[in-house]
Structure formats: structure tokens, C-alpha cells
Design a protein around this ligand. Structure first.
Ligand code: NDP
Length: 502
């Protein structure tokens, strides 16, 4: 499978930069720097983690998980069915009633600290496994996903014995059993975002990782076991969407936390309505990354690249709409093309790689279809010349210029390495265009004027606004959306509220 961008000048080798479009960039010869996969031992089969033990699914069903960069089958994993959901919820309930609920916060914190330290100690193993199962570059799994997952456990460990000082009244109570369903774009990090605050607040958990990326959640289950976490406090049910649906509909859970598509989020909201279960939804996005004419161009370009090409654009808060002030649009797009021509696409385990594999053939198909719609609707498509590996799921970094607000690529979440460029003339127009979306998860602003950033922050309808940076995450900072991006916050003190009956 090979795709080349408009203006392609022939193939370049896999270890060369993504392209040298129009002679914009000189080739840099990096020696290959592959991270060894020897540190990871992947079992041929994995069971469900319920009540502190790994066991096959009751129905004996399994599915395979694949390395998206090579299409190699990594392992076969148990597919949970309704009987397994029953068993996991019962285990979580027993652990909540008998052990975890009554345990003092200071004791719970010790387990969370232990998990955090084990994540750090086994960081390389987690990073390699995440890159194998997800396709993301090792540079990102090593420097972002794994450290942030550990940081979440450290951060919420610190809250476990201070809940009465968190601003939710003198004696906030846990909710009980949390059913948590997570996506494939940040498998370990999403697991940490879900588990750490829930456990700190005194809840027990049943976690359903995405079908295409179950392996790091299972390794995290092993870490929970290693940390001596009492059986049933954390349960991991691998499986497909039907397992997620059975979990959120189960009458034995008190709280549903979901991260994923807006479409499934709406289904879950309908299924939970009227049940009394507490719900948080972190859904899609179509964020505006706004560049003003006074922005430092080099920094803004780095921020644009980080905003949309980080994690192959599989990011709910990705800066997928670039709004650039008309007077500097030409210069910014030129500079952006040069920068794109220096990005390296290829083996996710190579430490030089900037852009890894798309997570699944379904996602590749969606990105391909929406990009084709962009062209069909009249936007101009550009990618650096770029030879894609023959096996695996790959998509060249792509920019669309001449995009208008009505184009599908300006309205729909592509969830891939595809940037739509629009222009504006005044700050008011930038705000109007940025807010012209059913979503409202994040936004970015690039300007040297602090007053303009504050002015914008008051007007942009987005849960997170980054100023002169993008895609920055910190466990102390709340994250979440408005409108079709969902509701509720994860991270920070606010993240505790989702797991407390306050
Ligand atoms: P989904 O929303 O379908 O998947 C997220 C999680 O929910 C997965 O664990 C999935 O299981 C599970 N799930 C699926 N259906 C149900 C259901 N009815 N009830 C409960 N849980 C369910 O996202 P996809 O992976 O299918 O991706 C589709 C699109 O969603 C992407 O193209 C992207 O645009 C968007 N997306 C957005 C994300 C975000 O954070 N904003 C994250 C992921 C996707 P399983 O893996 O087996 O399907």
C-alpha cells in the first residue's frame, strides 16, 4: 500500500524524511535507531483480569490483536461476554464493600504510589508494548504516554487521604463500582486517567480497553497484581463494543466513564439515562489552532505540527483546523510545508520516527474517505513526497488549503494526520470560525499579546485553551469538553468530582 502526496517527486527510503517537497528541505541521513523489542514478552494468549486473576472468557471467545505497522498478529485475547461482565462487576462490588470502600485514604494511596512506581520501573517495557500494539512512535510512548500515566497515579495518590479538603464538603463518599470504557489512541494513558482518580476516591473499577489495543491495559493489570492491589479492585475486560455496551448497561455499576466517539457517547448517554448512574463523557473534537500575524512563526509551526501530527492525529483535542491570519497565511503555510518535509514516517520502534502507523484498517479507511471528500469539495491537497511501507496501515501527513467552513474536512473529526487550513482577517472572525463547530474540546492561540489571549479565552467555547503551546497535558490540569465533545472533567481536583458523591 503506497500513497504519495501531490507534487511527489518519487519515492524516498523509509528512513529518510517524509519528503523533500519542491526542494524545500535537504535530506538528513539518520542512522537507524530501533528500540529493541526484547524487553517485552508477549504471551500467545491473554485472559480477562477479574478478581485478581487472569482467566479465559466464559464463552471461550478470543480475538487477535495486531501490530498496525506490520499487520503481524501479536497475541490472541479473551473476548468478554455478558457472563464475564457479571463476574467482573460482582468482583468489583465485593472488593468495594469489603476492602476498598472501608480502607482509609492514606492506605489506598500506598497502592497508587506502588502502581506509579512500577509504571516507572517498567517504563521501557510499557513504551515498547504500546508502540507495538498501537503503532505510535516510541518517542511518544516513551516520552509522553508512559510518563503521563505514571504521573496520574502519583498525582491522585496524593489526593486519596485529602478528599475532605478537596472542596466537595466535609465527608465526600465514593460512588461504588465504576464501569470505564476507553479508546485506542492513548491506551495506557486513558486507562490511567480513568483508574487513578476512581481508585483514589475509593471506587472499584471494571475497565474495557479498545479492541485494537488491549495489551498495555493487561500489562497494567499485571502491575496492579504486582502492587498487591486487593483482588477485584481493578478488573480488565478485553473485548469489542458489545462488551463495552454490556458493561455500561449493567445494573450493578454506579458510574460510567467513557472516552471515544461522539456517536457511541450518545448511545451510552441514552442507555444510562434514568438509571441514576453518574456519567462522564469525553468525546470527539475539531479544534481550532489560531495563528495571529504577531505570532513567532517558527514556534507556531512547531505548535501546528505538534497539534495535528502528534500520535498520527489520533487525538480528540488535535488542532485539526488551522486558522491563520490572512496576512501571514502564505508564509506560515510555506514554513509548515518545509517542516512537514522533514518529518520521518516509518517504523514506530525507530527512535527517529515522527509519524507511526494508523491504528487500524478501519481508521485508515475513514481518513482516506474524508481526505477524498476534501479534494472532491474543492480544497487543495498537499503531502510531502513520501513512500509508505508496503505492509501495515499508513497515511502520509497531509495539508488542505483553500478550505471553506462548509467542507466536510472542516466540520468532521478525521482523527488522522490531516490538517485543514482556513484564514481569517480579524480576531472576531477567528472566534466566530473557531466556535463554528458542534464540538468544544480544545483550542490553541498563537500571539505575542497576553491581552489577546485573555480576550480569546473568554470567547472560545472550548474546555481547554492552550496559549503559545499545544497538546500539553498535566495531571493537575482538568481536561474535558462542551457540547458534542462531552461533559465532565478528567485531571486535577475537578477529576475527583466525577468519582465522588459530593
Ligand atoms: P468508539 O467510540 O467506537 O470506541 C471507543 C470505545 O468504546 C472502545 O473501547 C469501543 O470498543 C467501545 N464501544 C464501542 N461501541 C460501544 C457501545 N455501544 N457501548 C459501549 N462501548 C462501546 O470509537 P472507534 O474506535 O470505533 O473509533 C471511531 C471514531 O471515533 C474514530 O474514527 C474517531 O473519529 C473517533 N474517536 C474519538 C476518540 C476521542 O477520544 N475523541 C477516541 C476514539 C475514537 P471497540 O474498541 O471494541 O470498538
Amino acid at each position: 500500500m503506497t500513497q504519495a502526496g501531490e507534487g511527489a517527486e518519487g519515492p524516498v527510503s523509509r528512513r529518510e524524511p517524509a519528503g523533500h517537497a519542491d526542494g524545500l528541505s535537504a535530506g538528513w541521513d539518520y542512522a537507524p535507531a530501533p528500540e529493541s523489542r526484547d524487553i517485552v514478552s508477549i504471551a500467545p494468549e491473554y485472559g480477562l483480569f477479574v478478581a485478581g486473576e487472569f482467566a479465559p472468557a466464559a464463552g471461550g471467545r478470543t480475538f487477535s490483536t495486531v501490530n498496525p505497522a506490520t499487520e503481524e498478529t501479536l497475541s490472541r485475547v479473551a473476548a468478554a461476554g455478558p457472563a464475564d461482565v457479571d463476574r467482573a462487576v460482582a468482583a468489583a462490588r465485593a472488593a468495594y464493600d469489603q476492602v476498598w470502600g472501608p480502607m482509609p485514604g492514606a492506605e489506598r494511596a500506598k497502592y497508587l504510589y506502588r502502581i506509579a512506581r512500577a509504571l516507572q520501573e517498567r517504563a521501557r517495557e510499557f513504551a515498547v508494548l504500546e508502540s507495538l500494539d498501537n503503532g505510535k512512535p516510541i518517542r511518544e510512548s516513551r516520552d509522553v504516554d508512559v510518563p503521563l500515566a505514571a504521573a496520574h497515579f502519583f498525582y491522585y495518590a496524593g489526593w486519596a487521604d485529602k478528599l475532605e479538603h478537596a472542596g466537595f464538603g466535609p465527608a465526600p463518599r465514593p460512588l461504588g463500582v465504576a464501569g470505564q470504557v476507553i479508546p485506542w489512541n492513548f491506551p495506557l494513558m486513558m486507562a490511567a486517567w480513568k483508574l487513578a482518580p476512581a481508585l483514589a476516591a475509593g471506587n472499584t473499577c471494571v475497565l474495557k480497553p479498545a479492541e485494537t489495543t488491549p495489551l498495555t491495559a493487561l500489562l497494567l493489570a499485571e502491575v496492579c497484581h504486582q502492587a498487591g492491589l486487593p483482588p477485584g479492585v481493578v478488573n480488565v475486560l478485553t473485548g469489542a463494543g458489545d462488551a463495552g455496551a454490556a458493561l455500561v448497561a449493567h445494573p450493578g455499576i454506579d458510574k460510567v466513564a467513557f472516552t471515544g466517539s461522539t456517536e457511541v457517547g450518545k448511545e451510552i448517554a441514552r442507555s444510562v439515562a434514568g438509571t441514576g448512574k453518574k456519567l462522564t463523557l469525553e468525546l470527539g473534537g475539531k479544534a481550532a489552532n489560531i495563528v495571529f500575524d504577531d505570532a513567532p512563526v517558527e514556534q507556531a509551526v512547531e505548535g501546528i505540527v505538534n497539534g495535528i501530527f502528534f500520535n498520527q492525529g489520533h487525538v480528540c483535542c488535535a488542532g485539526s483546523r488551522l486558522l491563520v491570519q490572512e496576512s501571514v497565511a502564505g508564509a506560515v503555510v510555506d514554513r509548515l510545508r518545509r517542516r512537514l518535509a522533514s518529518l520521518r514516517l516509518g517504523d514506530p520502534l525507530d527512535k527517529n520516527t515522527d509519524i507511526g502507523a494508523v491504528n487500524s484498517p478501519e481508521q485508515l479507511d475513514k481518513i482516506t474517505r474524508l481526505s477524498a471528500a476534501g479534494e472532491a469539495e474543492g480544497a487543495r491537497r498537499w503531502s510531502p513526497p513520501c513512500r509508505l511501507p508496503d505492509r501495515g496501515y499508513w497515511f502520509a501527513p497531509t495539508i488542505f488549503t483553500g478550505v471553506s467552513q462548509s467542507h466536510r474536512i472542516a466540520r468532521e473529526e478525521i482523527f488522522g494526520p490531516v490538517l485543514s487550513v482556513l484564514t481569517f482577517r480579524t480576531p472576531e472572525e477567528a472566534v466566530a470560525k473557531a466556535n463554528n463547530t458542534p464540538y468544544g474540546l480544545s483550542a490553541g492561540a498563537w500571539t505575542e499579546k497576553g491581552s489577546r489571549i485573555l480576550w480569546l479565552a473568554q470567547r472560545l467555547r472550548a474546555g481547554v485553551i492552550w496559549a503559545n503551546t499545544y497538546n500539553r497535558f498535566d495531571p493537575a490540569s482538568p481536561f474535558g469538553g462542551y457540547q458534542e465533545s462531552g461533559f465532565g472533567r478528567e485531571g486535577g481536583r475537578h477529576g475527583l468530582a466525577a468519582y465522588l458523591d459530593a
